[in-house]
Design a protein around this ligand. Structure first.
Ligand code: CTP
Length: 222
C-alpha cells in the first residue's frame, strides 16, 4: 500500500461561506479555513494535482495549489462541481446550510418603533452530497462533521452523514471545546467509514492533515 497521491487530482473545499443579507451584512461562521488549507498543502506534498476552493479567509495559498476564491454556498457549489472530475474530494468547508431567500439591494434600515427583524432563510444545496451523487463522482469522497456533544452522539451524527451524503469517509471533530475545531491551532479527528473508525491526533493541523491524507491515500479505491 502506498500513500502517494502522485498523478491524482485532489479537490478540496475550505473555509466558511458568507451569505449576504444586504450590501453590508452577511451570515457567516467561525471556520478559519486552516484545516482545508493544511490538507491542500499535504496533498501537494504527496504529489497530487491540487485545487482548493476557498471561502472568504485570510490565508496564504499553499505552494503549487490552484486556488479558486468564492463567497457563498451557491458560489462554492458551482465552483466545486465545475472542477470535477477529480480522484478525491475533501469537503472541509463549513458551508452554510441556510441562506437568505433574497439579498436586499439597499442596506436594511432601522425603522422607529420596529424592534424585530425576521429573515427568511432557505436551504442551500449540499455540495458533498451532490459531489457523491455526480456522474463524475470522485473515487473517494470525504466529508467533515463539526459536532458538539459526547462521543456517542458524535459517532451517531458522523455515521448518519456518511450514509445520507454517500461519502466514503466522514472526519468528525469536536467544536466548542479547547484544543479542537474551528479556531484552534491543533485539531483531533475521529474518522468513520463503512465498517471502521480511527482516531487521529490531537496534533497541529498541518501534521493532522498529513496523517489524514496518508490514511485516505492508502485506503482509496484503485
Ligand atoms: N456540506 C456541504 N454543503 C452544504 C452543507 C454541508 O458540502 N450545503 C458538507 C461540509 O463541507 C462537510 C459536511 O457537509 O463536509 C458537514 O455537514 P453538516 O453541515 O455538518 O451536516 P448536516 O448534514 O447539515 O448536519 P447538521 O446540520 O445536522 O449537523
Amino acid at each position: 500500500m502506498s500513500a502517494s497521491l502522485a498523478g491524482r487530482r485532489v479537490l478540496i473545499s475550505a473555509g466558511p461561506t458568507f451569505e449576504d443579507i444586504d450590501p453590508v451584512r452577511f451570515l457567516g461562521n467561525r471556520s478559519s479555513g486552516r484545516m482545508g488549507f493544511a490538507l491542500a498543502a499535504a496533498a501537494v506534498s504527496l504529489g497530487a494535482d491540487t485545487v482548493l476552493v476557498a471561502g472568504p479567509v485570510h490565508l496564504e495559498t499553499p505552494t503549487n495549489v490552484r486556488r479558486i476564491d468564492v463567497r457563498s454556498a451557491a458560489g462554492m457549489h458551482a465552483a466545486v462541481l465545475a472542477e470535477l472530475p477529480a480522484d478525491l474530494y475533501i469537503g472541509a468547508a463549513a458551508v452554510a446550510d441556510w441562506t437568505p431567500r433574497a439579498v436586499a439591494s439597499q442596506k436594511l434600515k432601522k425603522q422607529p418603533g420596529v424592534e424585530t427583524l425576521t429573515l427568511e432563510l432557505v436551504r442551500t444545496a449540499d455540495i458533498l452530497a451532490d459531489v457523491a451523487a455526480h456522474p463524475l463522482r470522485p473515487r473517494c469522497v470525504v466529508g467533515f462533521a463539526a459536532e458538539t456533544g459526547d462521543d456517542a452522539e458524535l459517532a451517531r451524527y458522523a455515521r448518519g452523514k456518511l450514509e445520507r451524503k454517500r461519502a466514503d469517509f466522514i472526519c468528525a471533530n469536536r467544536v466548542g471545546v479547547a484544543g479542537s475545531g474551528f479556531e484552534a491551532e491543533d485539531n483531533a479527528l475521529h474518522v468513520f467509514w463503512n465498517g471502521g473508525e480511527r482516531r487521529l491526533g490531537p496534533a497541529p493541523k498541518a501534521r493532522l492533515a498529513e496523517q489524514l491524507l496518508g490514511f485516505i491515500g492508502e485506503r482509496m479505491p484503485a
